[in-house]
Design a protein. Structure first.
Length: 475
């Protein structure tokens, strides 16, 4: 029996268990991996493809062969993760394939069979989308992104030798079929405590929406009852029906891809300047920008990093606790993590329909982030160009999720409070923010944090079901 709309919008109490999937079995077999949970490999190559004219049938056959050989389902990903956890057996190469709207058109898929999300149909280079997000003109993007991609291949492994061989084989196969517009080699960046970080040095990937039983159980095991923040999310936050799927439960997800170059030297200079302006230490100044200290400690809870940087206490590292900081005297309203996930702040403004309702609406804007770093692997080198984050996120509705977060929360200077200022990391354009003169104090001072992140290009993609990809040559 097919999953119902109620199944998709209801959060299973303990999450979906791929080892005992029940009614979710067909979905997990047909859904590409990396959507419900990250694939977990440390090295990732991204190939942005533009198919050559007159090769439609050959491209369809190649995609079908690629999917059969490399692309893994959510079920297979889970099985391999279990083998690695219990027996240290590597799952080897992991791959996914995503199509842009232009890619669907190239493959001659009927218009009504192309996923219908409007931003996806328009593409990230569209003038209205660009204006909505505040992005630079496509002519100012990195050359590899200035032409529109038909498809994105993600190929990953922990073994660089095996990964390089697979990429060489794939590129050789594609040489007569596709132009590789851009190649982005990514990796998972870690600090000395093995925490995943980004180039500015702060713990990253915190507070993701959780769908699977093991992830939810792990969060609960770390002394959490979810009383401060419930990370669970329904499937309809991330999945939509694949109009070309061959099973009753064929689903896919929209992928937003954006290359964000991080100027580490500029960021650290700005943190030092902010610290001088406010007469506070640089560690706290950085936390006021990001919303947490480098080790992950929320600035709502402390004006110092945690004494134990290796702590895995879920309540501690995910408890941003804005209900105890409603006036934003500890974690400013413009702080990056508060801007992109306000956790009830919209329910405290005068025009709010009520806190519970506002929080419910906020949670509908969440995205599942699968970003990876690129460029310099030593943060101490303070790169100014060529390093940063290949931002990837999955969702069911681009306009209501990523685009909303960027355009309605991160960019505006009046969200969530008048003159709060734009997000100092990703708000476009940069502006002036109000900063607390002392942690927990009511006095503020204005300072315009110079934007240290530059958008270099991107696109919207769809992650089709495996049954579509593996039968594409017959279409």
């Amino acid at each position: 029996m097919a999953l119902t709309e109620e199944d998709l919008k209801t959060i299973p109490q303990d999450g979906i268990d791929p080892e005992n999937p029940g009614k979710y079995q067909t979905l997990l077999k047909d859904l590409q991996g990396n959507i419900l949970n990250g694939h977990g490999r440390d090295h990732i190559v991204h190939l942005f493809l533009q198919f050559k004219p007159g090769q439609v049938n050959a491209v369809k056959q190649w995609i079908q062969n690629f999917a059969q050989k490399y692309v893994k389902s959510a079920e297979q990903q889970s099985n391999e993760a279990y083998e690695y956890r219990t027996k240290k057996i590597s799952g080897g190469i992991f791959a996914s394939l995503y199509l842009s709207c232009q890619g669907y058109e190239y493959l001659q898929i009927k218009p009504w069979k192309i996923p219908g999300d409007q931003p996806f149909r328009l593409g990230m280079q569209n003038v209205d989308i660009k204006g909505f997000l505040g992005d630079p003109a496509p002519g100012d993007w990195e050359p590899g992104f200035q032409q529109k991609s038909d498809a994105l291949l993600l190929v990953a492994d922990d073994n660089l030798t095996d990964l390089s061989k697979a990429i060489n084989d794939i590129c050789s196969e594609l040489s007569q079929l596709s132009k590789i517009l851009h190649r982005e080699d990514g990796f998972i960046l870690r600090n000395a405590q093995k925490q995943i970080i980004e180039h500015f040095g702060y713990v990253d990937g915190v507070s993701q929406p959780l769908f699977l039983k093991r992830n939810i159980a792990s969060a609960k095991a770390n002394n959490s009852d979810f009383s401060k923040w419930d990370p669970r999310a329904p499937l309809n936050a991330i999945l939509v029906k694949d109009p070309n799927g061959k099973t009753e439960d064929s689903y896919g997800s929209y992928l937003v891809c954006r290359k964000l170059e991080q100027n580490v030297q500029k960021f650290r200079e700005e943190v030092r300047n902010l610290a001088k302006q406010l007469d506070i230490n640089e560690t706290l100044a950085g936390a006021l920008v990001v919303g947490r200290f480098e080790d992950g400690t929320p600035v709502t809870l402390s004006d110092l990093p945690s004494q134990s940087a290796t702590s895995t206490n879920y309540n501690y590292f995910n408890n941003f606790n804005y209900d105890l900081d409603t006036q934003a005297t500890k974690c400013p309203f413009h702080t990056h993590i508060r801007k992109v996930n306000p956790r009830g702040d919209t329910g405290r403004v005068e025009s709010s329909p009520g806190f519970d309702e506002a929080l419910k609406v906020e949670r509908m804007h969440r995205i599942a982030r699968r970003s990876v770093s690129f460029g310099e692997q030593d943060c101490s080198q303070e790169p100014t160009t060529g390093s940063g984050l290949l931002f990837l996120c999955f969702q069911a509705d681009i306009e209501n999720q990523f685009n909303f977060i960027q355009s309605r929360w991160a960019n505006p200077k009046h969200f969530v409070q008048v003159n709060a200022g734009p997000d100092p990391l990703i708000g476009q354009p940069e502006g002036i923010q109000k900063w607390p003169k002392e942690w927990g104090g009511s006095k503020t001072e204005e300072y315009g944090f110079k934007l240290p992140v530059k958008m270099k290009g991107g696109e919207y993609f769809f992650a089709p079901s495996l049954s579509f990809l593996k039968n594409l040559a017959r279409t």
